[in-house]
Design a protein. Sequence first.
Length: 233
Amino acid sequence: RDSADSRSSTTSAISSSSSLQKRASGERANSSKAKPETPRTPTSPPFSPSPCLLAPCYLTGDSVRDKCIEMLTAGLRMDDDYKEFGVNCEKMASEIEDHILWGGWEPPGSELKSTDMKYRNRVRSRISNLKDPKNPSLRRNVLCGAILPSLIARMTAEEMASDELKELRNTMTQEAIREHQMAKTGGTVTDLFQCGKCKKKNCTYNQVQTRSADEPMTTFVLCNECGNRWKVC
């Protein structure tokens, strides 16, 4: 009997020890599973373009066109002129953009019809000229209706330029024509001037009154050796 009790006690001890070992093994397994994940390097948020601020009635469904209309609107609102004329700048900008894309360009069939680089360049040129602080007359003429949306949509950079820039370009053109004409009619050969390019002194010069009568004449010099031209005021 004592022997049976002893065997029973031994069996219970072995069973208890086995249970403890299984429990410890399970805890280690759970511990290994519960290890914290290696922290990941944070990634930048995906790019999302700025929301369009146009009124819904002027949205085209094309994000590029909508953005261009928005920027044209900002160009028309450069100052308070639009308030003076009571203009809806979004409506006018929408009309300008529509004419840029679909307007009657010459020759027929040369409409853009897509928001490609040519379209974007045309839009940018309108915006830069409308925003030009030295060219407020262009913006005012557009706002008051003297220049229609269909017209500014197809104007060249020269046509949109300020009066000051047009005058400067005209002066330069007239000067170039004068120099060309003088080269044909000849002039006075001299060695008083030295060419800045070839350093020779074989030159021909003409004197022209390009400024007011009380101002000294402008001397145009041509190097007979290398063809270099310059002027002396």
